[in-house]
Design a protein. Structure first.
Length: 763
């Protein structure tokens, strides 16, 4: 008897009366030896959300009791959603008072209280609302934050604004170099939290240093996301045994392509180069060679290097620090496709017709020697024919031919001719243009932000992207046709309800659009938004309505790219998925199917953690940069665009640094402004000046709240702030009072207040 199937069939019966473990065991007549297996099965199914427990010990199907199981996604104001719900229930809203003691990331069971309500201003329904009734697993055994003091005891303000409760500190049992003090950045281990009406309590597990000290901010991110920093000794020993120079003996059995003029194109500060390209125009079409570092030659399945790479899943690129998947001897050494030296590669060769259609594909293990290491800026200058007399371009590294040489420029121009053709065909086939600019934070030697540079997705980036997409698609198709077990990069089609909610938002912004469940309508909308003030905001909102790309052993295709076959092959130095794909392409045994599936789940999770950590680090450095502007004389001014109008002020985006902040209504100059809630506009009473969505202006920083991740701006005219505009000195860690009146007063109307502060009992 399959006890799991029979159990679910029993619970699905119309007349089922909830049973506990003993009742279920008796119903099936299980012998004593099988009862422990039943208990384990019930626990597993409950954790998975397949069944739910009510009245402490009775089991039912969640749908029959208005229950959902999922993960808490908390918001800084205190409210939350439950996402990743089982059984396709969709996202569920949870108001702050109904969260109980659940925190961001916890896996919980919640009871549906009522169906969706209409949002203000005629917005779409926010979906069902629920109350958390049980926490299945905790996501935050430790919390990173800053120590504050009030009335004789210490507490910690969490770095993550999605954890709004301050954590009281009790006398700890862990030996520390010194006692925690106000202003310290610490890691706190939480005690069991029993009641939302009393703040959580914990003890300091690690002192990271003073919050303002260089490097402490990045160290706190490392601890917050549990990123692995140091490599185990056995891993370093294996890496140390690999020669720094590729010996000729490793060339045997490989195609010798050392005379092929291949080039690498990467960011200015890149250290690991895992892809190189060569494009040749031929009489009847194009020939593309994509050479990828042959990491699988060095990292063999089952070794300590392999196990550690799988554990890490991918490299993590924080602002000013890289946590690599592979030891530096490999990632920046023998695996990196540096110019002028022999390197082992796994190569994809693709021949295209004049129209850009794939004619032939083959793969081979090769030995190459790159002729030039180019940066995106250098490649962009070549394509725009602006290479001479440029002092702003990076210097040429040793072993590389100069970007001004005709042979190098010829390779770049040929590559763009093919890439532009492939890009055109890709969008004609339904691919969505969802590229976003990024902001590079340049730091001084102490790790403090010097400047913010917006990196556009220009044609130099697109050149590399199209070549890599072509190689990834070709590899996925070959592995699929060969029916080899492998991991694929998948992106599922969006949920129609989520797309419908996004469409309602688009209509509120005055754009007419059709049925966005149809790809052609999405493409029309994205084209319509191009260059508009609210383009970035609405594209981000569209991304939120999509499912997240992930890894899976089933090749179900990629919605965003509109590709039936897709995987990751081109970055094995920094992604374990690509290493698995290299092995599959080479015909190596993949091991048990369950192991490959577990690997796909694991590397999907590590990718999400790294993405969150990377975003967090950039955000913190931006906040630090804005803090420094409070002391700058004169302070920098920024271009800003109004993205939303609310009763208390203007939500503005700074397009040059990709940051969103607030201009309070009291800071609007030269008039008294009246808020029109129907048209979402502020109108000057005397001047009739209007501030509405799309209004552009220049601003400077007036206030920074690092803990809330909030920045206030004030308008400037000709670089000068209006008379009487509020300015603040650089804020330091607030000396909190028992009720923290200032922190509560500054929250927007309707934001959830913190739990009452109660002094912990002495132990």
């Amino acid at each position: 008897m399959n006890i799991e199937q029979e159990l679910l069939r029993l619970m699905a019966k119309p007349g089922y009366q909830p049973l506990d473990k003993v009742g279920i065991s008796r119903h099936f007549g299980l012998p004593p030896a099988e009862r422990r297996k039943l208990r384990d099965l019930l626990d597993t199914l409950e954790q998975a959300g397949t069944i739910a427990r009510i009245r402490k010990s009775f089991y039912v199907l969640p749908s029959t009791a208005d229950l959902v199981t999922g993960t808490v996604l908390a918001f800084p104001g205190g409210n939350a959603k439950i996402i990743n719900t089982e059984g396709g229930a969709g996202d569920v809203f949870v108001a702050a008072p109904n969260l109980g003691t659940a925190m961001h990331g916890d896996r919980v069971v919640a009871r549906i209280m009522h169906e969706g309500r209409e949002q203000p201003r005629g917005g779409p329904s926010r979906g069902p609302e629920a109350r958390v009734i049980r926490i299945l697993s905790l996501a935050n055994p430790t919390v990173v934050g800053t120590v504050a003091a009030t009335k004789g005891f210490l507490y910690v303000i969490p770095d993550d604004p999605r954890i709004p409760q301050d954590i009281y500190l009790r006398k700890g049992e862990i030996a520390l170099p010194r006692q925690p003090q106000e202003g310290d950045k610490v890691v706190v281990r939480l005690d069991p939290w029993e009641s939302r009406h009393v703040n959580p309590v914990g003890e300091v597990e690690e002192l990271l240093g003073k919050a303002h000290e260089p490097g402490v901010d990045l160290l706190s991110i490392v601890r917050k996301y549990n990123l692995p920093v140091e490599f185990p000794e056995e891993v370093l020993a294996e890496a140390g045994a690999i020669p720094e120079v590729v010996p000729p003996s490793d060339w045997r059995g490989r195609e010798d392509l050392r005379e092929q003029p291949v080039v690498t194109i990467d960011p200015d500060d890149a250290k690991d180069f895992d892809d190189a390209i060569y494009v040749e125009r031929r009489r009847n079409g194009w020939h593309l060679a994509v050479h990828i570092a042959d990491v699988a030659h060095y990292v063999r399945r089952g070794t300590a290097l392999d196990k550690e790479s799988r554990h890490r899943g991918n490299s993590t690129y924080l602002a000013g620090r890289v946590i690599p998947m592979l030891p530096e001897r490999l990632s920046n050494g023998v695996c990196s496709l540096k110019p002028g030296v022999e390197r082992l590669a796994f190569s994809a060769f693709i021949d295209f017709t004049e129209q850009g259609k794939v004619r032939e594909v083959r793969f081979a293990r090769t030995v190459i020697r790159s002729i030039a290491r180019l940066t995106y800026k250098q490649a962009f200058a070549i394509l725009e024919d602006r290479v001479h007399g440029r002092e702003d371009l990076p210097s040429v590294p040793p072993g590389s031919r100069c970007y001004t040489e005709p042979a190098v420029q010829e390779r770049v121009r040929a590559a763009w001719e093919l890439a532009s053709l492939l890009r055109q065909k890709r969008f004609e086939s339904g691919s969505l243009e969802l590229d976003f600019p990024e902001v590079k934070v340049w730091l001084d030697p102490d790790g403090r932000p010097l400047r913010l540079e917006k990196i556009e997705n220009d044609i130099s980036h697109q050149l590399v992207e199209e070549c890599m997409l072509a190689a990834n698609e070709a590899v996925a198709g070959a592995i699929k046709r060969a029916n080899k077990p492998c991991v694929y990069r998948i992106h599922e089609a969006p949920d129609p309800d989520r797309i419908g909610e996004f469409r309602e938002k688009v209509l509120q912004y005055g754009y007419r659009t059709g049925d966005l469940t149809k790809r052609t309508e999405v493409q029309k909308l994205l084209a319509l938004l191009r260059g508009k003030p609210d383009e970035a905001y609405l594209k981000v909102e569209f991304l939120k309505s999509l499912k997240r790309a992930t890894y899976d052993i089933k090749p179900i295709g990629h919605y965003g790219l509109s590709k039936a076959n897709y995987t990751h092959f081109t970055s094995p130095i920094r992604r374990y998925a690509d290493l698995l794909v290299h092995r599959a392409l080479a015909g190596e045994a993949a091991g048990p199917a369950g192991d490959l599936s577990a690997a796909a789940v694991h590397i999907s999770a590590t990718e999400r953690v790294s993405a969150d950590a990377e975003k967090d680090s950039v955000q913190r450095k931006k906040l630090e940069y804005f803090e420094r502007q409070l002391r700058a004389r004169p302070p920098e001014t920024f271009a800003a665009t109004v993205m939303d109008v609310r009763s208390y002020g203007l939500v503005v985006e700074l397009p040059d640094v990709l940051f969103t902040g607030l201009i309070h209504v009291s800071q609007l100059p030269e008039d008294f402004y009246i808020f029109d809630s129907a048209q979402l506009v502020f109108r000057g009473k005397s001047t009739k000046k209007r501030y509405q969505v799309g209004t552009t202006l220049r601003v400077r920083v007036s206030r920074v709240d690092v803990h809330k991740r909030q920045v206030d701006f004030v308008p400037v005219a000709d670089g000068v702030a209006p008379e009487g505009a509020r300015t603040n000195r650089t804020p330091r860690t607030p000396r909190a009072t028992h009720r923290e009146p200032e922190r509560q007063k500054e929250a927007p109307k309707g934001a959830q207040k913190r739990a009452p502060k109660r002094r912990p009992k002495r132990k």
